[in-house]
Design a protein around this ligand. Structure first.
Ligand SMILES: Cc1cc2nc3c(=O)[nH]c(=O)nc-3n(C[C@H](O)[C@H](O)[C@H](O)COP(=O)(O)OP(=O)(O)OC[C@H]3O[C@@H](n4cnc5c(N)ncnc54)[C@H](O)[C@@H]3O)c2cc1C
Length: 458
């Protein structure tokens, strides 16, 4: 019997292991990740075929050119992806092509997780308690072997032809920081489980340290699966008696849990990338302030911890979670700029820009999402800086014009005696901006805006 070829449609699963079916900064990542995936496939006498345009048209062309009888892919939780999948699957099936889709982007299928009333969870703790009682499937091992090739390889665009790399080479910081691809992801995971995992419970809140896994872009692009991360952490836990009983592991798996929660939320509440889950926030009296938005984007707000975070983002395409919360709170509460503006900027600049996690992060900080922080919790950027960057090392790294300042001054240069500033070569308004708002007043205005919203929506 002559078997017809099967097309494997790679989406956000750019890996060969645990692959059930065997997007500015993100484009840069995508370029290198595709190169790595192609390299991996070529090592097994196969290759990646790149196409552009409508996905159904592209797959139909491939089917025609290879005489394939089947198309397999892994599902994505995002609603837009689900809608595309359904259209593609229905049309291919109507053409007589076998279609199989698989899970794997998340630990559990969103449809399979519900509260006692059969509704999706909106609060993290019961969601995660429920999930922890479910078995996590072991990663699927793919025994490396040569892959059967079609009789004739179909036409493919070249990777350079996709023009994913920036024309102006601003990507030196990215290149120094990251190794996109499955190998890079595995190396990151190994380094983390053998190192920082031990101290994750405390280290994860310190932007001045390498205390977290930095797996987020690898997870986003599916170069590694959450099941693989889960299994590796569990293995390490068993063999490492030095770990305090479960604390670090629980803390880390809890973050994988937040990723899971985000994926389930976006599946059940598909409008949330645009609209607040808590509908009353539609009435929030947001402000338009292009100059303040620009200052925030460029890391020139005059608040060192905020500026350090925004510059780390521009330089490396990544920002520490604690600082993401601080800069987000600053945008939506100190500046009263809509969270969607912040989410959009993150979307354009993060290497791990992920619709589900980004939406959850912004709605959580704003107070308008699932299990959101209470509105009155307005982060004080100076206190946050002092608490989580106590020596000022993080600010010194990303805001070098403040580097000569000692730790007790570096988080609030405007409160620093003029002679200390002069000795450090800091001239406020010239070498480093004055604060663009008075945090105490801004906080009061934010709370007043919240009261106004409550009155408006009755
Ligand atoms: C305003 C805001 C926007 C965010 N936007 C994104 C985004 O676009 N993409 C993204 O991947 N994460 C986002 N996050 C979540 C979090 O900041 C990053 O996942 C984390 O900083 C990535 O670093 P890490 O891999 O070292 O994390 P670790 O602490 O090592 O955590 C391991 C993994 O767990 C997941 N994770 C950790 N924290 C969270 C969280 N709070 N919510 C959901 N998943 C989490 C990530 O996949 C991460 O790689 C956002 C958070 C905020 C507050």
């Amino acid at each position: 019997m002559k078997l017809s070829p099967v097309i494997l449609w790679f989406r956000h699963d750019l890996r060969l292991q645990d692959n059930p079916a065997l997007s500015a900064a993100a484009c840069w990542w995508l370029h290198h990740s595709l190169a790595s995936l192609d390299g991996g496939l070529r090592a097994h006498k196969s290759r990646l075929v790149l196409m552009r345009g409508d996905r159904l048209d592209a797959l139909r062309t491939l089917v025609r050119e290879t005489a394939a009888g089947a198309v397999y892919w892994n599902r994505r939780p995002e609603p837009v992806a689900t809608a595309h999948d359904q259209r593609v699957a229905a049309n291919l099936a109507a053409d007589g092509i076998e279609v199989k889709t698989f899970g794997g982007a998340l630990l559990f299928e969103p449809q399979a997780v519900a509260n006692q009333a059969g509704h999706p969870f909106r609060v993290f703790t019961p969601f995660w308690r429920h999930c922890r009682a479910l078995p996590v499937e072991a990663p699927k091992r793919w025994r490396a072997r040569d892959l059967p090739a079609p009789a004739r390889w179909p036409r493919s665009l070249t990777l350079d032809g996709l023009k994913l790399l920036p024309a102006v080479r601003w990507d030196a910081g990215l290149t120094r920081t990251w190794q996109p691809g499955e190998k890079g992801a595995q190396a990151r995971l190994r380094r983390f489980t053998a190192g920082e995992l031990d101290t994750y419970a405390e280290g994860r809140n310190r932007p001045d340290r390498e205390g977290t896994s930095r797996l987020s872009p690898h997870l986003h692009f599916g170069e590694i699966s959450p099941r693989q991360v889960w299994a590796a952490v569990r293995r390490q836990e068993k063999k490492s008696p030095s770990l305090p009983p479960g604390r670090a592991v629980q803390a880390f798996l809890g973050e994988i849990g937040w990723r899971e929660f985000a994926g389930h939320l976006i599946h059940h509440f598909p409008a949330t990338p645009r609209e607040p889950l808590r509908a009353e926030f539609t009435w929030f009296p947001w402000r338009k302030n292009a100059a303040a938005l620009r200052a925030w984007q460029r890391g020139c707000t005059g608040f060192p911890i905020v500026d350090a975070g925004m510059r780390q983002l521009r330089h490396t395409g990544w920002m520490h979670n604690r600082v993401r919360m601080i800069v987000a709170s600053f945008l939506v509460k100190d500046l009263l700029i809509p969270w969607q503006e912040g989410a959009k900027w993150f979307w354009d600049t993060l290497v791990d820009a992920d619709l589900a996690n980004n939406t959850l992060g912004w709605q959580w900080t704003t107070g308008c999402g699932a299990d959101a922080a209470p509105y009155f919790r307005v982060f004080n950027p100076v206190l946050q800086g002092k608490k989580f960057d106590p020596d000022g090392a993080y600010v010194r790294r990303w805001v070098p014009e403040l580097a000569p300042l000692r730790a007790n001054f570096i988080h609030a240069p405007w409160e620093t005696p003029p002679e200390v500033l002069a000795r450090a070569g800091v001239e406020l308004g010239t070498t480093y901006p004055r604060p663009i708002v008075d945090h105490r007043l801004a906080r009061a205005e934010a709370l007043a805006a919240y009261e106004q919203m409550k009155q408006l929506c009755g």
